[in-house]
Structures are given as C-alpha cells and as structure tokens.
Ligand binder design. Structure first.
Ligand code: BGC
Length: 803
C-alpha cells in the first residue's frame, strides 16, 4: 500500500514531475477524485457536490444522484438568502464543512452564485438572489463557513450561467456593463472577501468564447483584477479544447475521463502553442489545492449530526417569508381546531433535483411536527396527487368538507419535484392547476386558511386576494417541516425577506421575451435591468417586492442621518424601534439612487443591509457604511468604476418598495461623459424598451454567434442538432438515448433525475460525451465523428489515422 504524504513542498514536487505526470495532473482521477501521483505518495482527494449538504456517492465512478451517503440536507439557497443573515449562513457552511471532514471530502462544490435573471430558471432554487450584493454576501458567508473547517468551497458557475436550456452549449451575449454590475459582481464580492479555494467555470459560452477557455474571464478579470489565488475547476464536462483552457487559466478538468484530452496538451506543447511555463502554472495550482486538502484526506473528524438537524430547522425558520397576514390570522393558537391539507404536508417538497440532491439523515414533515407540537391528532386531507397537473374533484371535495369542519386550515401547496430540476427551465410561473384549484376551493370553504408554499422559485398566485395568510416556506431542507410549524405557531417570529421579486406573472419579467434564447444564443437585452432594478424603474406592479417580509411585531425607523467620512465613505445612521409586543428581527435595507445620472441607471440599488434583533419596545442604532463602489456605475469606455459628481439619495427601508427614510448626499465624483441617449434604456416603461438597435449600441459588437449549421459543426455542437443532417449523428444520438435509459434503469421514470438524464442526452455535445465514456472514447474519434457529420470525409480520415 502506498504511504501517502501528510505534507509536501509544491515547488519541489513540481521539479520532480515527468511531462506525462504533469499532463495527468490536469484532469481528475475519477468522477469525484482529484488526480494524485502514486509514485510520490500524493493521494487523490475527494471533491463532491454541494451545495445544500455533502453529496458523497457510495461509488466513485459515474453519476449516481441518489445512491449517496446520508448527510444533513439544509434549506436550498433561495431559503438561505431569505434569511439575509450572514452569521447564520456561515454556520450552515461550517456544518457542511464539518460533515465533509467526517466523510473525508476536501472540496464541496458550491455555493451557486449565479443571478436569478428570470423566475423560470430551473436551478433558481440553488441560487441566492436577483441582486449581486445580497448574493455575494450570502456566498461569502457560506464559503467562510465551509473553509473554516479546512475544506474548500467551489464558487459556481462562472459566469453568466443563468438558465438550464441548452446549458452546455448556449452562447450568452451580455454587455460588459451588465456583466460587471450584475452577473460578475455576484462572484467578485464573494471572491474578494472569502477567497474560495476553487471557482468552477460554467458550461456555456460567454460572448462567443467557452467559459472553460475564456482568458479574459479566467485570467484577466478573475485573477489579475480581483486577485483570486485559488484553482479553477471545470464544470463536469465543460472542457472544449483542453490546451486552450490551460492557456486561459482553467486548471483542473473534471470529471476524470482517462485523460482523454491529455493528447491535445501534448500536441500544443509540441507545436509551440502552449508553453511549459503555462502548463506548470496550472500544475502548481493543482498541487497547491491537493496540499491544502491533505488534512481532510487523512483526518476523519466526527461531527454532531443531531446538532446539524437542529441548525437546519433554525435556518429554515429564519428563511421563511411571511408574505401576507390579514386580520392577524397568524400566529395560530394551539387551542384552535386545525386541519392540514395538501400532500406536501406528509410527502414534503424540501429540496431541488440534480447534482445538489442530498440523501437526508432525517426528514421531518409538517404533519408530524404539527402533531408533535399540539400533542394530539390532527385531521388531514391530501387535496392533490403530488405530480398530477389536473385537479382531482374527489380529493378537492374531501378537502373542502374537512375545511368546513375546522376553525383554521393549514394548506400546503407548491411546485412538484419535476418542476424544479437542474437541466430544465420552467415554462410557466404557474402552480399546477391541481394546486391552484385546491387553494381556491379551500379558501372559499374556510376564510381562515393559511397557504404555505413549498417551492424554490416564485409562483403566480391567482387566489391571492381571497387568501388571508400566505407563507413562503421555499425548499426548507430536511428539518423544514418543523420550521414551518415554528413560524405558524409563533415559536419563531418570522423575519425572512424576499431575496427576489415575486412578479404578478412570468411575462412581467424584463427577460421574459429574451429567455431562454433560440437554442444557440441568448441575448441579455434587458442589460442591467434585472429583478427589482427593472420592476422599480419601469413601475411594473408586482405581487411582492424584493426585500418584502412581514413579522408578528412591527418596527419604526428613525430619521436617516448621513455623514461623509474623511476617506470619502458615507456613514448612514438611524434608529430602529420594535413597536410591537414580541421580540423579533428586522432586516434594514439601504438603497442608493443616483438623482441626476447622465448614464442610464436603475431607480435604486441595494447597497447595504443588516439584520437586527430587538426585544419588544427596544430601540437600537443601526450604522452602515457605503464606499465609493456603492455609488458607482461601470464605465465600459474607460474600463473603470465611476462615481458621478452630484446628488445621491440614500433610501432606507424594509423592502425595495417600503422606503421608510431618505437623505441626500452630494459627492465630488467625476463629471461622467454624457451618454448618447439610448431610447430603449433611458425610459424603459414603453414598448420600445430594450429594442434591438439600442442594445446593439450598448453591446458594442455584432450580435451573432457561430451557428451550428452543417459544415460548421464542432465538438461543441449538440449531437441532436447534427442528427437532422447526418445518419451517423442520428445513430449516436439514439445510442445515447438508449444509454441514458439504462442509467435511468430502475429509477422513477417520471422523476426529475430521469428527466434530467433524458434532457442531457438531447443536449449533449461530443465533448461532454467523452466524460461519460471514462476514457473509452478518444478525442480523435470525436473529431472524426464531427468531420463526418460535416461531410468532410478527408478530414475524418485524417483524424482517425492520427487517433
Ligand atoms: C453541475 C454542477 C455540479 C457538477 C458535478 C454539473 O452538471 O452543473 O453544479 O457541481 O455537475 O455534479
């Protein structure tokens, strides 16, 4: 048996490596192991998903989403972000880090910090917010927690990976200002404050170049501008041209694929297009990560799983958002006769599907927790079949009859598991008709009905006005059932605030007409107007604004006082008083508005926040600091952040539409160049908003992508796209479908994992196929295949001979 080292000197090891060993270090050993060097006693450490717990597979080869070692399933990112509580999120990170140590995992793949561009994004449950400040602070807290346990985090998916449709190959066209102010800012803040050990590059292309070989993104911005010192790992199967990736700063290819791409590194070095120094830079970063990971490899620590379940309940409760509470229906009294309706109360919807799927250590249901809280039996009706779209008249009639017999109803509805899965975007913001019909009927039967929503992303609420109380519980993890009961009965005073806007309809979103693109490219025509930046600027009515969330107590805000410090920072001070008769938390939000901007800017932007705890009647002083960046916009022409000279309004409030106090500061700043008036962006209320001509100017480059047409197919073209033009592609596509069907095997055939696998078979390009083949497919064969599909027979022959 090899005796593995407990420490080593990176430079010394680098000096001892052969060329082949260096190449081997550029890609994983297996699906979930980093490369190692047996000869030198350097082990292959484990790297696994994330982010809502530790998803360590029982077997190291391949993907097996459900056969994993149990670990604590924490609430998903939507719920974590709704806490607006960095300390609590850091504690979750700490617990995940500790569980990783218990399972000898060195790097946990998370958090996901992509911006929620559209409420329909299939992975929104896994992302924090539509706002980059909140998203980056949540990410930083999570990373700090995980890394406090000497386990690495992997901030993902870098960058502009905001949809699932064609996620492996889509070209995201986004203007640099929107990139800097919205999409990259979410990564930037987390990287600068928390230095994750790794960053995961996304599958998609960004403005024409694959993220896995984007040197502007991975080297210029990430390392040179932001000072990232860690390692870049590819998303699983994201590598296109490995040598180009190395030159661009993409260090580790995952998963291991028998080093199928090693040949292109060797060729590039031979041809002089890649230097040994570039290869060494990548190898050095891989070795450094392994060195950092050795404690978790060698020392298994024990962790307190029960305490983590308690923490999971606490954080789930803190993330619950009380949307509406007319006539103080809530909190419920234990003496009231209550009924529970909705299958999710017994078969909970508590996490999303895909690579983040956790096999929980325990699972609390709303029903069981309610019975435990009351200490007596509670009547129940299912109301709907979890996945059925069509209303079931018999189940609804039974639910209505029950609702009529009791004083209050707890009605649990939401999105079924197949609606929210990695790999698949939603096509509508509506709940299944079966859930909507049930709510309408039950609310009509009992006016004291509390609707509890379990979903990872916003839903439409056609029954909203008739429903007295609505609780957004998100996907609360394994202890979510207890957390819901805690909030319903006032054991916990709700303090969650929306980290995203709930629009009236999916079609109200600024990206609605431009999402998810045409299958080959997606153009972010709305530019910086994402989420509340759009709704609040264009005065669009929303169901609930960003930052909204009620409490069982009330808070009064004092006058806002601002002071410009000697260093130019602006100090914002105010008092907050708990004016109700219960202790509670309030999230104080600071928005900044550029009063007379010469460039187009949103109505206001969140620039600071804090969560305070106040006993009934107590007052506290809140002080928040705004630095220059809080007032700046990104000036693409001069490639810098600029603060315009003049007035800025500081707005302090309890949501983006509940501003309680204002003050104005005048900053010296610079006189920004007056921008050409761009009709589609200076007034975004009309039909002309985000028109193509204006966007072309904002984007500044031709709005095109390399089309996947016959003759232009590459290893990055979905095989299904080639299938219409080529029998060999058709044959391969069919074979892939059969293979996926085999992987689905005994799984629930209509479940989200099966859906994800089938979608992958339909969207996969040849480059990603190699990852599943685990070294059985050579790169040259893929090139030959693509040449055949392009009907370039000589090229195909040459590739085959070379291979
Ligand atoms: C996902 C990543 C995940 C990886 C490994 C990819 O398909 O996009 O988020 O970490 O698989 O499971």
């Amino acid at each position: 048996m090899t005796a593995y080292v407990h420490d080593f000197d990176v430079a010394q090891v680098l000096a001892q490596l052969t060329f082949a060993e260096k190449i081997a270090l550029c890609s994983g050993k297996s699906f979930w192991q980093m490369p190692g060097i047996e000869r030198l006693g350097i082990p292959s450490v484990y790297i696994t998903d994330g982010p809502h717990g530790v998803r360590k597979q029982r077997q190291l080869e391949g993907v097996s989403l459900e056969n994993t070692i149990p670990s604590t399933c924490f609430p998903t990112a939507s719920a974590l972000a709704s806490t607006w509580d960095c300390e609590l999120v850091q504690m979750v990170g700490g617990a995940i880090g500790a569980e990783a140590r218990a399972l000898n995992v060195s790097v946990v793949l998370g958090p996901g910090t992509n911006i929620k561009r559209s409420p329909l994004g299939g992975r929104n449950f896994e992302y924090f917010s539509e706002d980059p400040l909140l998203s980056s602070q949540m990410s930083a807290a999570w990373i700090n927690g995980v890394q406090s346990q000497q386990v690495g985090a992997s901030l993902k998916h870098f960058a502009a990976n905001n949809q699932e449709s064609r996620r492996m190959t889509i070209d995201t066209l986004v203007d640099e200002r929107a990139l800097r102010e919205i999409y990259l800012a979410s990564f930037e803040g987390a990287i600068k404050t928390a230095q994750p050990w790794t960053v995961m590059c996304a599958y998609n292309l960004l403005n024409g170049e694959s993220c896995s070989q984007h040197s502007w993104l991975l080297t210029e911005v990430l390392r040179n501008e932001w000072g990232f010192t860690g390692l870049v790992v590819s998303d699983w199967g994201a590598v296109v041209e490995r040598a180009a990736g190395i030159a661009a700063g993409m260090d580790l290819e995952m998963p291991g694929n028998g080093n199928a791409n090693g040949v292109s590194i060797r060729d590039a070095i031979d041809q002089g297009t890649l230097t040994i120094a570039q290869l060494d830079a990548v190898v050095t970063r891989v070795l450094t990560l392994i060195k950092r990971s050795l404690p978790s490899y060698h020392e298994t620590i024990t962790c307190d799983w029960d305490a983590h379940h308690v923490l999971a309940r606490r954080v789930a409760a803190a993330g619950i958002v009380l949307l509406k509470n007319d006539h103080d229906v809530l909190p419920l009294q234990s003496t009231q006769q209550v009924a529970v309706i909705g299958s999710f109360a017994k078969a909970p919807r508590y996490q999303g599907a895909g690579s983040s799927y956790i096999n929980p250590t325990r699972l609390d249901t709303v029903y069981d927790m309610l019975v435990a809280h009351l200490g007596r039996d509670v009547e129940y009706a299912a109301g709907y079949h979890p996945r059925a779209k069509a209303p079931d008249a018999a189940l609804i009639a039974e639910a209505v009859a029950l609702a009529k017999r009791v004083e209050v109803v707890v009605l649990v509805v939401g999105l079924p598991d197949i609606y929210e899965a990695e790999g698949i975007d939603r096509t509508t913001m509506a709940l299944p008709a079966s859930h909507d019909a049930l709510v309408t009927a039950v609310v009509a039967a009992n006016p004291r009905t509390v609707v509890v929503l379990c979903n990872g992303a916003p839903v439409e609420m056609p029954w909203h006005d008739q429903t007295p109380a609505i609780v957004e519980a998100y996907l609360g993890g394994q202890a979510g059932g207890g957390a819901i009961v805690d909030v319903l009965y006032g054991v916990v005073n709700p303090s969650g605030k929306l980290a995203e806007t709930i629009p009236m309809h999916g079609s109200d979103c600024s990206a609605a007409s431009f999402f998810p693109g045409d299958g080959q490219m997606v153009v972010y025509r709305e530019s910086i107007y994402v989420g509340y930046r759009y709704y609040d600027t264009a005065d669009v009515a929303v169901r609930y604004p960003f930052g909204h969330g009620l409490s069982y107590t009330s808070f009064a805000y004092g006058d806002v006082v601002t002071q410009i410090q000697p260093d130019g920072n602006v100090m914002v001070t105010l008092s907050v008083t708990n004016t109700g008769n219960r202790a509670g938390h309030e999230v104080v939000q600071v928005y900044v508005r550029d009063v007379a901007a010469r460039v187009f800017r949103p109505a206001h932007e969140l620039k600071a926040f804090t969560k305070v705890y106040l006993e009934a009647g107590a007052t506290t002083t809140v002080q928040l600091t705004l630095d220059a960046r809080a007032f700046a916009f990104y000036d693409v022409a001069s490639a810098q952040w600029l603060v315009e000279a003049g007035e800025f309004e500081i707005q302090v409030g309890s949501s983006s539409r509940d501003i309680r106090g204002r003050a104005v500061v005048t900053l010296v700043g610079v006189a920004a160049q007056p921008q050409r008036v761009l009709a589609g962006y200076s007034d975004i209320r009309g039909n002309d908003a985000f028109n193509e001509t204006s966007f072309a100017q904002v984007y500044g480059k031709p709005l095109t992508t390399k089309r996947h047409t016959r003759g232009n197919f590459t290893i990055n073209t979905p095989i299904s796209d080639m299938a219409t033009h080529s029998w060999i592609a058709r044959a391969l596509h069919n074979q892939m479908r059969r293979q996926m069907q085999q992987m689905i095997g005994a799984m629930d055939a209509d479940g989200p994992t099966a859906l994800l696998f089938r979608t992958m078979a339909d969207e996969m390009p040849p480059r990603t196929l190699m990852m599943f083949a685990q070294g059985k497919i050579k790169l040259a064969w893929m090139h030959a295949f693509v040449a055949l599909a392009n009907r370039k027979y000589l090229q195909a022959l040459r590739a085959l001979i070379r291979g």
